[in-house]
Design a protein around this ligand. Sequence first.
Ligand code: SF4
Length: 446
Amino acid sequence: MRVQVQGDPKILVSLEEGQEWSVSDRVKDGDTQDRERRVKEWIRLGIHRVFQASYNLAPSPWGTLTGVRPTKLVHSLFDGGSSWHQIRKTLLEIYALSPEKADLLVDVAKRQRAFFHPGPNDPIGIYVGIPFCPTRCSYCSFAAYPLNSHGHLLKGFLSALKLEIEAVGDLLGELGLEVESIYLGGGTPTTITGTDLNKLLSLIRRKLFTSETTEYTVEAGRPETLSLETLGILKSAGVQRISINPQTMHDETLESVGRRHTVEDVHRAFTWARQVGIPIINMDIILGLPGEGLEHVEHTLREVGRLGPDNLTVHSLSLKRASRLKKSSDGVHIAHSQGEAMVNLARDSALSWGMTPYYLYRQRHILGGLENIGYARPDYASIYNVQMMEERQTIIALGGGGMTKLVFPDRSLIRKANPKCPATYSQHIKDRLVEKMDQIRRHILE
Ligand code: SF4
């Protein structure tokens, strides 16, 4: 491989006798950053081509793109003045994406533009992390502490969270900040029930809602946490979106991954949620769970389709180091072609239900090198999901494992994490609050 970096950069790759591939382009005069970026992209592409040719590898649909948030690249090209047509060409020629993935990225990015605001701090988003779950799923890498072993920490956690909600609420008033969306995640927030849940949701409403708050979401991923009483509390508190996540509609798989709920629980929770009038219901499914093939996914999608959620989030299994499944010998491996067939099946189902893709992300160690995609029926997309993924809006995160992101007008950002462990959170959050509020205050005012 020859790399010419003087003048207009050029990369020349000799694959074998007489077979060559090259790329060159003009860079903006004197723009060293542009030159460096392009040279890096082309070298990556050159190496990609060499490996593909040398080992006779099938082309990866994501080409040389390895990041978690591929749509950010598309937005930055669009902000830099490229047309959608030029962006698609760049994705194909410089990043070696397959036409399907290039079209998907452009399609999602176009849809997301309607969610963007001129500045990162007006309005902002709020995340509240509740790091408890009924049990821990074997593929889980989130802040999720099983209630049976960590339930004694709940009371202290809720007291500490109350302090943080009050402090952030006061700061919102002091700085005149508007909040666009509030998202309770975790964990499974509906692990909290009865009076505790009622008090928490009322406090959030009182302290964190502003005149521009248009979205209130509570992750209720584990259907066994949803009783009619809990759903009634969510509805009375004004929650507009919940997630009821089957992950699969097969009882054997659910048991094998430690979810301890049944398909029947999913049906019951969904029916009750519609009955009490929760306006928007999302369902998550995971492709590539242990022991599952295409026919399992087909069945799951058929069952989900019969329930008729407003959003569908399709995850390709990703085994991170913190998950039990990764550590155990029964980790799963699946051929890329099979993973892709599952992804396509899920896409076709979502499209046939009138949904379109509106956000996507990738993870390390993800099934077959694929992606996670959120689909929504028209006007049912989650504002928070778009803002959190595209990192163009400041998100203040409270609670266990919450990651605050302070975004600057040039789209650089500072991250600040809350402790994941409920015991550490409860012990330390009071001491950290002054510093955290100061940092947010400086960010907004400077
Ligand atoms: S429900 Fe979600 S957060 Fe809770 S243990 Fe399972 S994967 Fe983790």
